[in-house]
Ligand binder design. Sequence first.
Ligand code: DGJ
Length: 715
Amino acid sequence: MIIQNNNTFHLQGRNISYIISVNSAGDVVHVFFGQKLRNKEYSGTEKNQLGLVAYCENGVTLDGVCQEYPSYGYNDLRNPAYSVKNKDGNSISHLKYRGYNIKENYTPQIQGMPSIFAGDKSAQTLELTLVDDTVGVEVVLSYTVFDEYDVILRSAEFINISNSNVELNSAYSASIDISKGTYDLIYFPGAWTREREFVRCGITQGMKFDISNARGISHCINPFIMVTEKNADEDNGDVYGFSLIYSGNHSSMVECDQYGNIRIQQGINPFMFKRVLGSGESFTTPQCVMCYSESGIGGLSRELHDVYRENLCRSKWAHKDRPILINNWEATYFDFTEEKLISIAKQAKEVGIELFVLDDGWFGKRNDDLRSLGDWVVNPEKLPSGIDGLAKRINEEGLKFGLWFEPEMVNPDSDLYRAHPDWAISVPGRTPALSRHQLILDLSRDEVCDYVINAVCNILKSANIEYVKWDMNRPMTDMPYEGYNHDYTLGFYKIMDAITGAFPNVLFEGCSSGGGRFDAGVLAYMPQIWTSDNSDAVARLKIQYSTSMGYPVSAISAHVTAVPNHQNGRVTSLKMRGDTAYAGVFGYELDITKMSGKELDEIKQQIEMNKQLRTLMRTGDFYRILSPYETNYCSWEMVSKDKTDVFFYAAKILSTTNTVEARIRLKGLEPEADYIDIAAGKVYGGDELMYYGIEPEFESCDFASYTMILKKNNT
Ligand code: DGJ
């Protein structure tokens, strides 16, 4: 609901209020973002809306005033939300309020980029128009609020209303100032095989964090951050989340000013960004999802999970249980024959696996990673039956068939590159940098996007392919101009729209050298994303734990792989590998033909267990209980929305002696209900599970895991 009262706008979500006011000087001031306020007409105080420092001409300064979209060069000296260079060559700007528009039942769909859709939810959008007449630019700030959610969607549109060019050098999707308080910042840096590590630090006066990525892919920094009250934890306290629906270079800026106010901005990374707007032209930023919870980090995560599961991903598969897959990558790498693949599929079928995925190496002369990316033609020596024939054979074995692609790339040693060397990103006079022996196709060009769309669609049309793994294995270099990365990203989305639109029944999985493109932009097209090439169960505790803070378990692909683990050499039990992968989209990636009878029996049981759990894991409320970042344990739990079904997981990382075992208290249950442990038949009170807790019986060894399925006892 949006309530307009003179110069104040009160946006009310399910449990939130977001209040904006226009002060007497025409500046758009941020009043409040937090728990829902009953007073619909609340407008803050004049004191908060005009600064008090008297050295300015009229005794008014914006420095220290909380604002919605601050300008540069006026008397707010903090980081601006945007930067425009005018025809005189300076970047001074000051936006003033011009008017508003409230749109009922309206959720903006940003041109060329993925956005949240309303579906069956009821949404209203407030548009505030701001103008800088001297520069000749109009900015429309968009705010969408849902009756059913605690999020505000934000974006900004810039329109050149002058007669000459305007150069846009930065344009955040959202900017907000939270007034003085003691806050922490949580963000998710990482690297290949250790994506999205949890980092929490205090925000103190004078600090300015630019949590940004200019590498094209984002192993190193994820476009999701949280700002929390100092004492907020998983279950209590104010937490603000900012998540960008964007797969290009991004920035989350957090600054603490001289008065202790916290400015938070999120959007396209201003580094190497530029857009020249001709007269009448416009530019719209990607969408930022701002979320607030008074129930700690866990409350915020569950809210984002719901929004992303219900109102972001357009795939039919977002609302369907995903098939349990086996992928041949770590089983064979490039070295496979058709018969080897069939033998894997046969054995997989016997244990209950549902989908066989053929990874890299099926096309051109790709027997290593030196060549053939771009040549999407089957290698007949490896696959004499072709993709169509192989898919049929896999289907005859009783499995679905899926295929790997890396369509954004080209190897210099490929027919595609020999025919179109200019299609790879490069700049005149320089040899472009190779990474994994490959170059990136220039997706800013329509003919290149068309090639990619046709190449992938032709293969998908040619055989019964029911799943696609869309990989992208290198960072971006040699970008020919400022703003190039954004044009590339638009090309990527254009391709995604075309291909996922043409094949609505195909399940798409995102991937980027492991989890290098795990963002809400990808999630809009592909309901699941390969989380990390590191599938060691202990490493996965941290990776999955922190990934789940911003993204639903239904998006987190998790495979059981061989030991010693191919990335870090660690040996963990098959039990722990399976138990850990249940909190994700479950699958296998190992040579199942080499497993013993005992192991195959255990895999059968895991598959049975996953079939029992997967609807719950896709639709329930996820609670993190013990953090592997802080303890020798990791524990999480999924509870169905009706609080009937529960999956509890705990792991003890290193074995200990002569210590008292952790008593773990469950969360989110009905205290007055009874719950039965399905396997043991033991009945617990919900209150007992939540307030007293349980002591999992861990095996006495390193890397031990424990699971329990509980059902509410209705008798
Ligand atoms: C990187 C992915 O993360 C792996 O799973 C695998 O598909 C390889 N690429 C194939 O080259």
